[in-house]
Design a protein around this ligand. Structure first.
Ligand SMILES: *Cc1c(COP(=O)(O)O)cnc(C)c1O
Length: 351
């Protein structure tokens, strides 16, 4: 640490992203990326737009946000774009929270980091013993609430009606992080009509194969979006680059392609779950593009390390309640077969 770091950040523990090896050595099942490339038209749109990189990007993000608002059935002033949903969440934590913010003990790791970074007290709500969320735990909390739905790394979901209950039983802001929503049919975007305290966040990183382009969004009522723009225009008005805006706009025209990819991923998820069951794993009921699973005898960390030696990356978390588990992103059928082979070998050595 240099002597110049603001003392407020002395104890800050930064977010630790999943490993991103910059070679092709690994089968990457550790950061919930989509195993399929972006649609061909998206790649063409990026190439075309790259010719205009000498010019700043549109701070209003209109090429993307105009069609995206219609796509979601919302008004143009109800949507916001960010450099990944991580940036969108950062803006929310720094501008739409006051003193305290509530979220689950086991959820997306960035919430805790942002709470610390922006000087908020985290109100930690433990998951039930089966690692699901009890919606009534979030009633009448009197502070901003952030819930990932489906939750990560567990993959379990709250039903639309359960989120409705949370909105009704709070005056404070309810942020629903729908990073994995396209793998389910439980989006609460339509509840925006009914609740003025609801803010939905999402990303093109998972279902739309654009993790490397960095595009996240927020959808809410126009007042909240206006507040978020005030902060964005005070930090980085050109927050989304030209190529990403063009890519995202093009991807909206290619829904059939993404729906096919999603179908394949869901089928692969169920296949992997069934296979793992045969070898003594129990897996939570994930609706996302990953599963959270544990073996009856062999430690999660052991399997993680041995898979890595075999060139397969999955995610392991050291937290007390989840240290027996592995989070495995759903790859292609070929990735999954190699993973199962690797796991079979490891179990033969360990048991
Ligand atoms: C992946 C993920 C994000 C971040 O997505 P980016 O748009 O790539 O920044 C946010 N929330 C959850 C729950 C995620 O899993």
């Amino acid at each position: 640490m240099s002597r110049f770091l603001n003392s407020r950040h002395e104890k800050l523990e930064a977010y630790v992203p999943g490993e991103q090896p910059q070679n092709q050595k690994y089968i990457k099942l550790n950061t919930n990326e989509n195993p399929f490339p972006p649609a061909p038209d998206v790649i063409a749109a990026i190439e075309e737009e790259s010719k205009r990189l000498n010019l700043y990007s549109d701070p209003e993000c209109n090429v993307f946000l105009n069609p995206f608002a219609s796509y979601l059935g919302l008004q143009r002033n109800q949507v916001f774009a960010g450099n990944g949903s991580d940036e969108v969440l950062a803006i929310i934590f720094q501008s739409l929270c006051e003193e305290r913010v509530a979220f689950a003990d086991i959820t997306y790791g960035f919430y805790k980091v942002y709470a610390e970074l922006y000087g908020l007290n985290a109100e930690i709500i433990p998951l039930r013993s089966d690692l699901t969320i009890d919606p009534t735990d979030y009633y009448n909390l009197n502070c901003t609430i952030v819930i990932a739905n489906p939750n990560a790394p567990t993959g379990t979901t709250l039903k639309k009606e359960e989120i409705r209950g949370i909105c009704e039983n709070n005056n404070s802001l309810i942020v629903i992080d729908e990073a994995y929503i396209d793998f389910t049919n439980e989006s609460v975007i339509e509840l925006l009509k009914e609740y003025s305290n609801l803010l939905v966040v999402g990303t093109f990183s998972k279902s739309r194969s654009l993790a490397g382009a960095r595009l996240g969004y927020a959808a809410s009522n126009s007042e909240i979006i206006k507040d978020m723009n005030k902060i964005k225009f005070s930090i980085n008005p050109y927050n989304v680059n030209r190529m990403t805006l063009a890519a995202a706009a093009a991807s909206l025209k290619d829904n059939d392609y993404y729906e096919e990819c999603i179908k394949t991923i869901v089928a692969n998820r169920e296949y992997l779950k069934e296979e793992l069951k045969k070898y003594g794993f129990s897996t939570l009921d994930s609706k996302a593009n990953f599963i959270f699973t544990k073996h009856e005898r062999v430690k999660g960390q052991t399997i993680y390390l041995k898979l890595k030696e075999k060139g397969i990356l999955v995610r392991w978390f050291s937290g007390e309640r989840i240290k027996d588990y592995l989070r495995i992103s759903i790859g292609t059928r070929d990735d999954i077969c190699k993973l199962i082979e690797g796991i079979k070998e490891i179990l033969e050595e360990e048991i």
